[in-house]
Design a protein around this ligand. Structure first.
Ligand SMILES: Cc1cc2nc3c(=O)[nH]c(=O)nc-3n(C[C@H](O)[C@H](O)[C@H](O)COP(=O)(O)O)c2cc1C
Length: 377
């Protein structure tokens, strides 16, 4: 008999729905920045092959790397893909067509870097909720070094421009054939900077208590929903930890989580994706009162919830799904090492180990190719 955790009986291999979409299984490729687009942000043929491999490997849903949304302050890194021009739309369409032909669904992650921008072809300065220097240092794997600059505090007009960028980009993503979009509200980027008490010191209605700090996130989701109607999938990714702060926790714990989740459900989100940057799911999932953050998100919203963080441990993934902590699991590093993880799981084959050298000195597709050639994989 096949072991339920490694064979076709694994709960991650059951179909699932998000909104009106049916997914072949509950295994999702987590969004992963690869800084491999052309300098003008146009996706390359190598990126088409990269995404198609996950679809051919059997993932039910792919979420793209964070993609920038305007020609002002959103770009986070040089060679990050964008969704702001007709050329971007045409190149992304190649990707969505190949992914669909291989039987998967694909959402675009829409990202505004805010204060955590370390390469922007449109601007030299950065903008965020308040003029607070970000913690930590720029990310070498995406081509940065040294301290982050202090951002300019955004005016109400700047906020409107940022929201408009998300909305127009969502419309362009639909035009490019995407099945949905995911607003990047996690990991320390703009939307998360507004959510976070120590980066958002505003005294207007976008700041203050958590109900004010979640306003930007809710406005972005509601504005996309209003523009694109009820059937298009509009999700949002949230996290307590950040690329530049692995220890942060929402200060009000369960209370804050309930306020945030309820506001996003009310805004019309189709699903919530809870990331665990730099930590395993269980390390960031436990809230006060014995609930998990993903389980609470399900309870409060009734929406599908994607759990993340070390889900290439397929025993943990099975428990998370079977015990009602989440509806789907997203896999980052485990998918880099195993673009065919769902097929392997179905056939009872063990997954390959992730080797961090694959992303050195930068997380580009070219470096991963060289690593594979050296390792003869
Ligand atoms: C190379 C790399 C790039 C990443 N880029 C993004 C990104 O663009 N957007 C995002 O929300 N998370 C990003 N992440 C975080 C992953 O989506 C995921 O949350 C993290 O790797 C933990 O999941 P894992 O344990 O399955 O790897 C990135 C992670 C890696 C390894």
């Amino acid at each position: 008999m096949t072991d339920i955790l490694t064979g076709s009986g694994h709960p991650a291999l059951r179909p699932e729905r998000i909104g009106r979409l049916t997914l072949a299984n509950r295994l999702v490729v987590a969004p992963m920045t690869r800084v491999s687009a052309a300098p003008d942000g146009t996706p390359t043929p190598e990126m088409t092959d990269y995404y198609t491999a996950y679809a051919q490997g059997g993932f039910g849903l792919l979420i793209t790397e964070g993609t920038y949304t305007d020609t002002v302050y959103s770009q986070g890194y040089l060679n990050q893909p964008g969704i702001v021009s007709a050329e971007h739309v045409a190149a992304w369409r190649e990707i969505t067509e190949q992914v669909h032909a291989a039987g998967s669904r694909i959402f675009m992650q829409l990202m505004h870097g805010g204060a955590l921008s370390q390469g922007n072809r449109y601007r030299d300065d950065t903008a965020g909720p308040s003029a607070v220097p970000p913690r930590g240092e720029k990310l070498p794997e995406y081509g940065g070094s040294g301290r982050w600059p202090t951002p300019r505090a955004m005016s109400l007009a700047d906020i409107e421009t940022a929201v408009d960028g998300f909305v127009r980009s969502a419309a362009r993503a639909r035009e490019a054939g995407f099945d949905g979009v995911e607003v990047h509200g996690a990991n320390g980027y703009l939307v998360d900077q507004f959510l976070t008490d120590y980066t958002n010191l505003r005294d207007d209605s976008y700041g203050g208590p958590v109900a004010g700090r979640v306003r930007l996130a809710a406005e972005v989701v509601a504005a996309i929903r209003a523009e694109l109607g009820g059937e298009f999938c509009v999700g949002i990714r949230l996290s307590q930890t950040k690329v530049n702060d692995f220890v942060h926790r929402w200060p009000g714990g369960t209370h804050d989580a309930k306020v945030i989740f309820a506001a996003l459900a009310e805004a019309g989100a189709s699903y919530l994706h809870i990331a665990s940057e730099g930590r395993d799911w269980i390390e960031t999932a436990r809230l006060d009162g014995g609930v998990t953050i993903t389980g609470l998100a399900r309870q409060v919203t009734g929406l599908p919830v994607i759990a993340n963080g070390g889900m290439h441990d397929l025993t943990q993934a099975a428990q998370v799904l079977s015990d009602g902590h989440a509806d789907l699991v997203s896999v980052g590093r485990g998918a880099l090492a195993n673009p065919d993880l769902p097929r392997r799981l179905g056939q009872g084959l063990p997954p390959a180990e992730f080797d961090h050298m694959m992303l050195q000195p930068m997380a580009t597709l070219g470096n991963a190719r060289q690593w594979r050639q050296a390792a003869r994989i």
